[in-house]
Design a protein around this ligand. Structure first.
Ligand code: ATP
Ligand code: MG
Length: 348
């Protein structure tokens, strides 16, 4: 690999007067095509025009994975390899590690005083996730509070743009509420508000037909999937269970293959025609699946090749994270000090 593409020039990303982006991923597993459609594509497009920070969110991953810290640790490098494989360029984007940015934890503690337990419990994303994880009343306190921690992540970088999937919108709203309260307590605008940048495609369902493809759900096509894994995933994909014979009319809504064609097939008019044909009857799942498989194979082949290259030099990936984290530490420490001063805490 060309070394220069992986080397971060000295703090270039932290000084430019461009709008700031903060976004990231929990280090709970390799990234999947839902991440690609949901946010990686936007991040790639924006790294030239914005100051972008990508957070490897290992402490957030702990909030529901404290029983499996090894998984959270191992996936730090995996997720970083995925970033580099899709074309995130460390010369333009700062990749940093959450657990090694103490200011984020300190700001989280401060912000927890600007949000109520009732408000945290009302957050629709948290409610969904609590249900999906089957916590019942045994919700880890860190999990319930992670929206405040996410507010710390976003505001510590003074980010104004957050490219995320649609499930994250309520978290950005909660972040802005906290920022407004902190600003009100400080008597001036210390923290800017952030805007979620959500792709039109919405959230990508799992191959099993569940509402969301997710690392923890076992229903994902990872960006690192082999040709064979892609084939098998497409063949196993949920379509319309009532559509038993080709000539029967089929359902497009809730049909995963169409959801993926909407997300990844550039020929929108062809997809519209295929939907009509499927609804009328006479179009079989096999034809659709073959089309989708070709598209996914073409999308993932170069990513897989580049990932293999990147992963062959873990020391280099390690260095990229380490340098990025060092740069991020300066930015986040400065914000933390500013917030403490603005709130009027004792100065030493
Ligand atoms: P986990 O199951 O551990 O929560 P995840 O697959 O939900 O993992 P996250 O790290 O929680 O992934 O999400 C990272 C980002 O990717 C978020 O902005 C989220 O909105 C987006 N994202 C995740 N899954 C999808 C999806 N299926 N469709 C669109 N965007 C997604
Ligand atoms: Mg998630």
């Amino acid at each position: 690999m060309d070394q220069t593409t992986l080397t971060r020039p000295e703090a270039e990303t932290t000084t430019a007067a461009k709008p700031v982006i903060l976004t990231g991923d929990r280090t709970t597993g390799p990234l999947h095509i839902g991440h690609y459609a949901g946010s990686l594509k936007n991040r790639l497009a924006l790294q030239d025009t914005h100051t972008q920070f990508l957070l490897l969110a290992d402490t957030q991953a702990l909030t529901d994975n404290a029983h499996d810290i090894g998984k959270v640790r191992r996936n730090v490098l995996e997720v970083a390899c995925d970033y580099l494989a899709v074309g995130i360029d460390p010369a333009k984007t700062t990749i940093c590690l959450q657990s090694h940015l103490p200011a984020l934890a300190e700001l989280s503690m401060l912000y927890l005083n600007f949000v109520t337990v009732a408000r945290l419990e009302r957050n629709p994303t948290i409610k969904d996730e609590i249900r999906a994880r089957g916590f019942g009343r045994d919700i880890p306190a860190g999990f319930l509070c992670y929206p405040a921690a996410q507010a710390a992540d976003i505001t510590a970088f003074k980010a104004t743009v957050v490219p995320v999937g649609e499930d994250q919108a309520p978290l950005i709203e909660q972040c802005n509420e906290i920022a407004r309260r902190v600003n009100a307590a400080a008597g001036r605008e210390v923290l800017p508000e952030a805007q979620a940048l959500i792709p039109e495609a919405g959230r990508l369902p799992g191959i099993d037909g569940r509402a969301k493809m997710s690392k923890s759900g076992g229903n994902a096509i990872p960006l690192s999937a082999s040709e064979d894994e892609i084939s098998r995933a497409v063949r196993a994909m949920f379509t319309d269970p009532e559509h038993l014979r080709v000539e029967q009319p089929g359902r497009v809504e809730g049909n995963v293959v169409f959801a993926y064609l909407d997300a990844f097939d550039a020929a929108k008019e062809d997809v519209a025609e295929l939907k009509d044909h499927y609804r009328r009857g006479g179009l079989g799942d096999t034809v659709l699946k073959r089309r989708l498989e070709d598209i996914l194979q073409a999308l993932l082949a170069p990513i897989r090749a580049r990932r293999a290259e990147v992963a062959s030099d873990p020391a280099q990936v390690h260095r990229i994270i380490s340098e990025g984290t060092q740069a991020a530490r300066e930015v986040t420490e400065a914000t933390k000090r500013e917030v403490m001063d603005a709130l009027g805490l004792f100065r030493l």
